[in-house]
Design a protein around this ligand. Sequence first.
Ligand code: HEC
Ligand code: HEC
Length: 114
Amino acid sequence: MKRFLYAGVLVVAVLAVALISGNSFGQVKKVGGGDIKYTNTKGLGPVTFSHAFHDGKGLKCTECHTKIYKMKKGEAKVDMATLNKGESGGACHNGQKVFSSKAPNDCSRCHIKG
Ligand code: HEC
Ligand code: HEC
């Protein structure tokens, strides 16, 4: 009988930890706004903005939010004309800070065929 009690306590404890950490088992923790997919690319590969990748490069949330982007997907203008003017993603993807949105060899670094 006591054994069932111990088992029960253990189950409750494990569930409590899962609940508090807000994490399902085996799931990778989402960074910031997660992955944001852009598919209006006229036959080129879709673009996925990855929060995890940019976070890994040491960028702080405040470097993008909320000067360049609101914390809500679908608000920002992200077409090539906007990028190539140095706005939106073009604020960094300008060939000075990081690879440029205009460089023919670098299109496929954002437009990735699935
Ligand atoms: C820094 C990332 C990035 C790079 C580099 C990039 N693009 Fe894009 N591109 C985007 C995003 C984001 C969109 C918008 C997609 C959407 O609105 O769903 C886009 C959209 C497009 C579109 C759709 C129409 C338009 O004008 O917006 C075309 C065509 C395009 N890109 C071509 C290119 C070419 C050619 C290159 C290389 C010279 C390139 N892109 C480099 C991110 C990039
Ligand atoms: C390199 C730029 C960049 C950095 C750094 C960044 N974000 Fe974002 N974030 C974006 C972009 C781009 C979007 C999409 C905006 C849009 O579509 O209008 C976005 C959207 C979001 C959203 C909305 C997601 C949704 O589904 O609506 C949240 C929440 C968010 N970011 C949180 C964060 C947090 C928290 C951090 C820091 C850990 C962070 N972001 C760092 C660029 C960035």
